[in-house]
Design a protein around this ligand. Structure first.
Ligand code: ADP
Ligand code: ADP
Length: 233
């Protein structure tokens, strides 16, 4: 489903100083995986995650999505491909002056979906994360866990095949973390969405990932399976 081949990424941080954020990383995520990338802050996890939808363009290497090298796609094809890859973030990244409903509507408006069709998609996505009753609220009136559920609903709106999660529970307390993880697990299983989760919390990996890569200083130290992961909160 996702194949990163010999990815390298260097940042020019000063005129004569470079930082090797990703040294030479390869990894494969299979369809249906919840693939964890764990490591300390600064390890390169987030940079690596962002190469999957080319928010970050690698200096070297290939990004294959379902066998297609997306670095070779034309602009229009890339835009289309990106619609099948959604993302959620540590700080939710909701639009503060839009209601919950309009936040979820936003990617659909960008994709040019007509309003009648949007309405049923939005209602369906809000029902998946059990927030139908918050449709007309503004993000500032919601708890952290509810905000992340809105972000998940927004991510689902475009009917993605892949969900990229950048520290999705790092701003949440342990109980809310469990709640969000159980929604992610449910979405993985019921909607068959492949996930990559970047985290510094072993607990997140232990609870929902079936495969894990440990990252340190821009490299993958080891990769292992957690095949008996039966998280049932
Ligand atoms: P992690 O997600 O594991 O905390 P990151 O991928 O965010 O790590 O960062 C890896 C390294 O690259 C860090 O040293 C970080 O400071 C650096 N870095 C990340 N993004 C940029 C950027 N846009 N410009 C310069 N340096 C960056
Ligand atoms: P428009 O194309 O003008 O956005 P919509 O029919 O999509 O028309 O909706 C107009 C506004 O009404 C939306 O932006 C939203 O704020 C609100 N709205 C529509 N349907 C719902 C709903 N099921 N729940 C909550 N708010 C809704």
């Amino acid at each position: 489903m996702i194949h990163l081949k010999n990815i390298k990424k260097t940042y020019q941080i000063k005129k004569d100083e470079k930082l090797e954020a990703i040294k030479s990383v390869s990894l494969k995520v299979e369809k249906g995986d919840i693939y964890g990338i764990i490591g300390f802050s600064g390890a390169g996890k987030s940079t690596l995650l962002r190469t999957i939808n080319l928010l970050e363009k690698p200096d070297e290497g290939e990004v294959l999505i379902e066998g297609r090298n997306i670095m070779a796609l034309k602009k229009k094809e890339l835009r289309h491909m990106r619609q099948s890859i959604s993302m959620i973030f540590q700080h939710f990244n909701l639009i503060h002056n839009k209601t919950v409903y309009d936040n979820v509507s936003f990617p659909l408006e960008i994709a040019g979906i007509p309003s009648v069709k949007r309405k049923s998609i939005i209602e369906e996505c809000l029902s998946i994360v059990q927030l139908e009753d918050k449709a007309n609220q503004y993000p500032s009136n919601l708890s952290g866990g509810q905000k992340q559920r809105v972000a998940i609903a927004r991510a689902l709106a475009t009917n993605p095949k892949i969900l990229l999660c950048d520290e999705p529970t790092s701003a949440l307390d342990p109980q809310t973390t469990d709640n969000i993880l159980s929604f992610l697990k449910k979405i993985n299983q019921e909607l068959n969405i492949t996930m990559v989760i970047v985290t510094h919390e072993m607990d997140v990996v232990r609870k929902i990932c079936n495969k894990v890569a440990v990252m340190e200083k821009g490299s993958i130290l080891e990769e292992f399976s957690l095949s008996d992961n039966q998280y049932n909160p």
